[in-house]
Design a binder for this molecule. Sequence first.
Ligand code: PLP
Length: 375
Amino acid sequence: MIYLDHNATTPVLPEVLEAMMPYLTTEWGNPSSAYKFGAKLKSVIETAREQVAELIGAHSTDIIFTSCATESNNAAIAALKANPDKRHIVTSSVEHSSVLNYCRALEKEGYRVTCLPVDRDGLLKLSDLETAITDQTAVVSLMWANNETGVLFPVERIAEICRSRGALYHCDAVQAAGKVEIDVRKMAVDYLSLTGHKFHAPKGIGVLYVRRKAPFLPFIYGGHQERHRRGGTESVPLIVGLGKAAELARKHLPDYEKKVRPLRDKLEEGILSSIPDTELNGHKSQRLANTANITFHGIESEALLMLLDKEGICASSGSACLADSDEPSHVIKAMKPASAASRQMIRFSLGEQNSQTDVGCTLGAVAHATTSLRD
Ligand code: PLP
């Protein structure tokens, strides 16, 4: 198998599994218990919280463990309910469905949502953001890196604009973690979401950073876990795995680009230069080092993906969360509304485990598949 879908999910690293094992076998207590067998797990959770906090330059007390980034994104946006006088949300047309669909649900509750457009390269116009924010705007939710194209939004500038205009800023940083440096001390972000399975922890564990003093209402009501901010018995094995993965992501970050970018560039340039009627989606440079989203004009994404799958190559036609729907990519549609590109594109997203051989084999398979589909 050649796995080129790291924006969908990543494999659990052996070190992560090893760190989790005691908590799946012998140390299975409940951290809220009064006796030592359970209660000693509290400090294990706090160590993981510190590991996650270090990855993003946060205080550990500002980290809330959730079940996934979908929950983190919903919970951050729902914090607007803490200020019932402000009923306006600003987001963009290329956000993940966990942001867009929650905003649509809030519209039904009477909130007003402004969805900022992007240009052909997937970039925002910051003047559009400045115009959209009013004194009614409770929260702005704009992602760090796009999951389909890898396009990077200028999050530090966005945060400054939101702060200066009195709106809270939530950043979905799911695709940024482990790929670019995140430091919440350097930007005026109020809420930031992560998910473990995009940086080699298991699925089912997410993070919401909430800046101290930013308003927050629990999204999941229950017990007193997570300082009363998120009820539910903590999943100690998943939290430990997440902490270890965060520590490793921080350690590997200086080499990430050096490893991944040359492979991505070779794949991207190989396809664009040798296969006719292909086009890159997303800004050439303001983009994650691992992602190449390419339109193959005249070829249905699903047909090409099937042929690649037969060769053992895993890629995708957009967000894994929407893969079973028949809808074309809303991200590419927002960038290129007048073209059929949104049904004719493939996202290749590489990881540190990929090799030159993977890229060579993929280039051969893509050339073969596109020729036979066009014939
Ligand atoms: N946000 C972005 C940008 C994503 O890519 C994803 C997952 O694909 C999510 C949010 C949702 O993450 P989770 O699967 O943890 O709910």
